[in-house]
Ligand binder design. Structure first.
Ligand SMILES: [Zn+2]
Length: 97
């Protein structure tokens, strides 16, 4: 359930402007991930969350991967929790990239 305390905490930290963007994205992914470790993002979701352009979103995803928080398969359409993904992105996910 999305009302669980850890999920609420993760969403609060995703909105915390004092944190670096790569960490905020990792929190967002933790709050939104499905049972397979995928946090699907619709176009513009991540840009609006961070209030940045698409280039900066890509940079934040790259940094979160480098720091081991997001899996290498993550992209702007789907953030994948490192070490937790139990499947690859399905075709529907990829269309949103
Ligand atoms: Zn996915």
């Amino acid at each position: 359930m999305r009302t669980l305390l850890p999920v609420r905490h993760a969403m609060q930290q995703a909105r915390n402007r004092r944190l670096p963007n790569w960490l905020r994205l990792a929190y967002w992914a933790a709050a939104h991930a499905d049972e397979n470790g995928h946090a699907r993002a619709y176009p513009g979701d991540l840009r609006r969350l961070l209030a940045v352009d698409a280039h900066e979103v890509s940079r934040a995803i790259r940094l979160a991967k480098a720091r081991g928080l997001l899996a290498e398969s993550s992209h702007a359409g789907c953030l994948v929790l490192a070490g937790c993904a139990t499947s690859a992105c399905d075709a529907e996910h990829q269309e949103l990239a």
